[in-house]
Design a protein around this ligand. Structure first.
Ligand code: GLN
Ligand code: ZN
Length: 761
């Protein structure tokens, strides 16, 4: 029978117990023993859940106090100097300091947290290891071994999980003098060897070594290093499964198949075409683990389809076949049975981590005992679900489909060129040079949150809620007028989240109550689920924005979330392409843009915060993505007159490799995050001769620090060296919802002063 195993399970707990415990611990309401107790209980519960679902080899090491990459940094003693304890071994305090930074106290200088970035193309963030040229490694953190002990004591059959040496190095950053991280491999490998020895001594038979970088374009030296590294690790007296996921091995397939290890895991959800090609390359002694159940979406697996592959593989491989989710279930919500308010039809289509484990087990069992009545039933149910969903009127909206079919290239094209549009817009808007604005949200005060919550729970009547939000709008407008800002916003008080707010008003979206997924540390997100064709039954923001505009003679900018961002931060459908879903979203947003224009709104901002993160892992796939992503944006932005000014906003700082597509979006104004890069990232825009208006962020909104006006003047002068002054806007890096009002006002006073100084100069 094929072994059913899992690559990792979500650690947050079905009630986000880990989040709650961590936050209590950081606040001082829970002591370390209490925190450790919560961790122990969660691990025990999760192993049991997986075992009960039929998983035979349970992952250990998928638990982390904050992030699994950070755990590895500690394990290998990759602890930046600023966090090193004065004496003794690193502690939990060390770990949390690396993750969250240490704020300035009376006498210390404080230490900045390690940088955080996205884990491959998921919405999970890891803490970037910091390597120095003289980096040394040693075994400095025993968490993995302790947890192995713990699982064994509970009587489980386990498979510890490690991030492989090459992926670990790849994910880190060289600090100080520039050097090649790969030079560190020789020093790192002996410690990996030690880890493996120690696991073997604990009685571990199999270890899983994750090398997801094998699905990326790798430089030749990195490819070569794989063989070298695994030749060395080969000596450790236990079996090794190298796990790859998030894509296909492609040009690395031969390399991965030939590594001197005992097994290979491949992702057949993202890259089904790897099978059966892999069979011809796999040495006859090796285990092949097939990732057949999607580890990063919420849909039930089509068991019959997966079983076809599994059966074929079982015939060829016999005992050498293993079955698993495509990747760690870290990226799935925990347990669907918790959803008591979800529509029953939609619920019947879904599977979360616990259910996915059962699917993996069912596939393995179906090969061993195809006549088992339980299995026959599971297969029959799976077929019914697939059929039911494919035919459900919930999914298919003929109106949406007909409209999409009628869309022509001209719908993604503004009437005139930017050069012509901007003249009309300047004449109409009458803005000063260096116009000032903000990115959309103002502080989300406790009063705002309470009102929203009360409204959702039904304890605040709709009329009272509207009045409360209108009061917030009046206040935001009054403050902005007083500050002397040029283009005002309504402040986004009514929005909990920039995706959910819109998703709730679109047809085709479902919402879970407990579908939380870890984003980083104690932070979890609950993405909405796209279950069917998307459309906008009624205007979503027009009343709020119109109300805001009625309060002032200055121009108020409408505020929307773009199609790509809506898609990237939701659980997408799998029965149609991402591109198609983006186009449906684009049409819904296009209607909103047009309705805002009809309501007298002259500027509309369409945020695309997730535009860059949608880039595929492989370069060869970039252009296709960029083409449809750009087109989706243009489709929603091109329904308006030339006089209506379209803004977009992107809050990150890497544009070099996508600048052509950013320009192709043809937004009249783009606002970006730049303050921390000292305007350097404008270089990409200068080099490309980016033609439209730009608002480079002049202050960092992530910290409460209030910058001086002169600081912002200097930044803007730097900006003006790269972008002609008449095309520059003045704004913060991003929205202000996480800030408090006093620092917000103080910073904006200075920002307006900076713009005025420049105008006078
Ligand atoms: N308009 C949004 C805001 O101001 C933009 C947020 C974002 O880009 N992440 O909050
Ligand atoms: Zn932003």
């Amino acid at each position: 029978m094929p072994v059913a195993h899992s690559l990792g399970f979500p650690r947050i707990g079905r009630d986000r117990e880990l989040k709650k415990a961590l936050e209590a611990y950081w606040k001082g309401d829970l002591d370390e023993a209490g925190l450790r107790q919560v961790g122990r209980e969660l691990r025990a519960a999760h192993w049991q859940l997986q075992a009960d679902a039929g998983i035979e080899l349970l992952p250990v090491g998928d638990f982390a106090w904050y992030d699994q990459v950070l755990s590895h940094s500690l394990m290998f003693d990759v602890i930046p100097q600023r966090f090193r304890p004065a004496e003794g071994e690193p502690t939990l305090e060390t770990l949390f300091a690396m993750a969250r930074g240490v704020s300035k106290r009376c006498c210390g200088s404080g230490s900045q947290a390690q940088e955080m970035t996205k884990w491959f193309d998921t919405n999970y963030h890891y803490l970037v290891p910091e390597f120095t040229q003289d980096q040394s490694f040693k075994l400095a953190w025993t968490q993995l071994f302790d947890e192995v002990e713990e699982a064994l004591a509970l009587g489980h059959r386990i498979k510890p999980v490690l991030i492989g040496p090459l992926t670990f190095l790849w994910l880190g950053k060289a600090k100080g003098e520039a050097f090649d991280k790969l030079e560190l491999l020789e020093r790192l490998l002996p410690v990996y060897g030690e880890v493996l020895e120690r696991l073997a001594a604990q009685g571990v038979e199999w270890v899983q070594i994750d090398e997801p970088i094998l699905v990326m374009d790798l430089p030749q030296e990195w490819k070569n290093a794989f063989e070298r590294a695994y030749n060395l690790l080969q000596r450790a007296p236990l079996k090794k499964l190298v796990a790859t996921y998030f894509g296909g091995l492609e040009d690395n397939l031969g390399l991965a198949a030939a590594l001197p290890v005992d097994g290979l895991h491949i992702d057949l959800v993202r890259a089904p075409e790897q099978y059966p090609v892999i069979l011809d390359r796999l040495p006859a002694y090796k285990i092949l683990s097939l990732g057949l159940v999607n580890g990063r979406n919420v849909w039930r697996c089509d068991l019959e389809k997966a079983l076809e592959v599994a059966r074929h593989a079982a015939e060829r491989l016999g005992e050498r076949l293993w079955i698993a989710p495509s990747c760690s279930l870290l990226h799935s919500p925990v347990d669907l049975t918790r959803e008591d308010q979800l529509d029953t039809e939609v619920k019947s289509w879904l599977a979360f981590a616990v259910q996915k484990c059962a699917e993996v087990a069912a596939l393995a069992r179906a090969i061993e005992a195809p006549e088992d009545p339980d299995i026959l039933l599971a297969l029959q149910q799976s077929r019914a679900v697939q059929l039911g969903r494919a035919q459900s009127p919930r999914i298919h909206d003929p109106v949406v489909q007909a409209r999409l079919a009628s869309i022509k290239p001209r719908h993604s094209q503004r009437a005139s060129s930017f050069a012509e549009r901007i003249e009309l817009q300047r004449a109409g808007l009458q803005l000063p040079l260096f116009p000032t604005t903000t990115i959309g949200s103002f502080p989300q005060t406790p009063a705002i949150r309470l009102a929203r919550q009360a409204f959702k729970q039904g304890t605040l009547a709709a009329g009272d809620y509207t009045e409360a939000m209108q009061a917030e709008i009046r206040r935001a407008i009054a403050i902005q007028e007083q500050l002397g800002l040029d283009v005002l916003v309504h402040g986004e008080a009514e929005r909990n989240d920039m995706v959910e707010y819109f998703a709730e008003q679109l047809e085709g979206y479902s919402f879970t109550r407990f579908g939380w997924v870890q984003s980083y540390g104690s932070r979890c997100v609950k993405p909405a689920v796209i279950h069917g064709d998307l459309s906008r039954p009624a205007p979503m923001t027009v009343d709020w924005i119109r109300y805001a505009q009625q309060q002032t003679d200055k121009v108020v900018k409408g505020m929307l979330t773009g199609p790509v961002t809506m898609l990237m931060w939701s659980f997408p459908r799998e029965d149609i392409s991402r591109e198609q879903q983006a186009r449906q979203l684009a049409l819904a947003i296009r209607d909103e843009v047009c309705d805002l224009e009809a309501a007298g709104i002259r500027i509309v901002q369409i945020d695309e915060a997730a535009f860059r993160e949608g880039l595929p892992l492989r370069r060869a796939a970039w252009q296709h993505y960029l083409d449809w992503a750009v087109d989706a944006f243009r489709l929603c932005a091109s329904g308006v007159r030339d006089e209506t000014q379209i803004h977009t906003h992107m809050c990150y700082s890497e544009f070099n490799d996508v600048i052509e597509s950013i320009a192709a979006m043809d937004a009249d104004v783009i606002t970006i995050e730049t303050s921390r890069s000292q305007m350097e990232l404008l270089e990409a825009f200068r080099a490309f001769d980016y033609p439209n208006d730009i608002g480079p962020g002049v202050y960092d909104i992530h910290s409460p620090r209030v910058p001086e006006a002169d600081e912002m003047v200097r930044l803007l002068q730097k900006a003006a060296e790269r972008i002609p002054a008449e095309r520059l806007w003045v704004n913060p890096d991003c929205g202000l919802k996480t800030r408090a009002w006093p620092e917000t006002e103080a910073a904006l006073v200075n920002m307006v002063a900076a713009a005025r100084k420049l105008r006078a100069a």
